[in-house]
Design a protein around this ligand. Sequence first.
Ligand SMILES: NC(=O)c1ccc[n+]([C@@H]2O[C@H](COP(=O)([O-])OP(=O)(O)OC[C@H]3O[C@@H](n4cnc5c(N)ncnc54)[C@H](OP(=O)(O)O)[C@@H]3O)[C@@H](O)[C@H]2O)c1
Length: 245
Amino acid sequence: MSYRIFITGSADGLGLLSAKQLVALGHRVVLHARNRQRAEQALAQVPGAEAVLVGDLAQPEEIRQLAEQANASGRFDAVIHNAGVYRASAQEILWVNTLAPYMLTALMDRPERLIYLSSGLHLQARPDLKAIVAGGIGYSESKFYLVLLAKAVARLWPAVYANAVNPGWVPTKMGGPHAPDRLEDGVATQVWLASSEDPQVRTTGRYFHHLREAPYHRQADDAKLQDAFLEVCAQVTGVVFPGAE
Ligand SMILES: NC(=O)c1ccc[n+]([C@@H]2O[C@H](COP(=O)([O-])OP(=O)(O)OC[C@H]3O[C@@H](n4cnc5c(N)ncnc54)[C@H](OP(=O)(O)O)[C@@H]3O)[C@@H](O)[C@H]2O)c1
């Protein structure tokens, strides 16, 4: 079976390697990069990709345009929300790591599978929705909100498989050269969730690490917090989440 898969932030790191592996497995992969130059570089590294879409995820208007481009390009079977920043301002972390996945999920035609790249650091989060309204959050919180989003989607959209992944600490631009885990292990889970025929991937609202379910921040199961998060994101982005009205 060949799937059509969109991967955000696929000009480098885990997104790029996921794209290469999914193309090698025979899937139709659409890349994404922040600007035209990065898009050309991404395509040069994954020549088998179907296309590359452009949009800076720190810019709300570009996130909207990216969703429009994605919808105009045709239906996706899976979307991997991979793009992320670590050493960045609290505002950039909020938009790239949390609000862009929120907006793209809400604005793009629903795929069958949604995968959100979280992090083990999400366990240290102290969720405070007021910080989203104030315009900036920390990295751990941004990754906690992706687990919360996956679980909210799983609850509100039962026809979609929505899951979160901790890729481990791997040697990318973000992870640095001394990261202890192997890059290959850091992509295996999202590649599996996006493309496998294994009945085990037909699951939703789960948090995975290295192909297995792993312990996660318990507040992610709080349906009231999920609803409040979607409401705050709608307030800040102007995009209401379908099904949460
Ligand atoms: N590496 C780790 O150890 C680790 C651990 C836990 C979780 N994660 C998560 O895994 C995901 C991938 O991380 P990585 O290690 O592969 O990081 P990376 O090598 O830094 O790659 C991040 C990707 O996101 C893109 N990106 C960043 N800001 C963007 C923006 N404003 N607009 C569009 N694209 C943007 C980058 O584009 P450019 O290349 O143009 O900058 C790059 O393609 C992230 O969500 C990260 O939080 C990584």
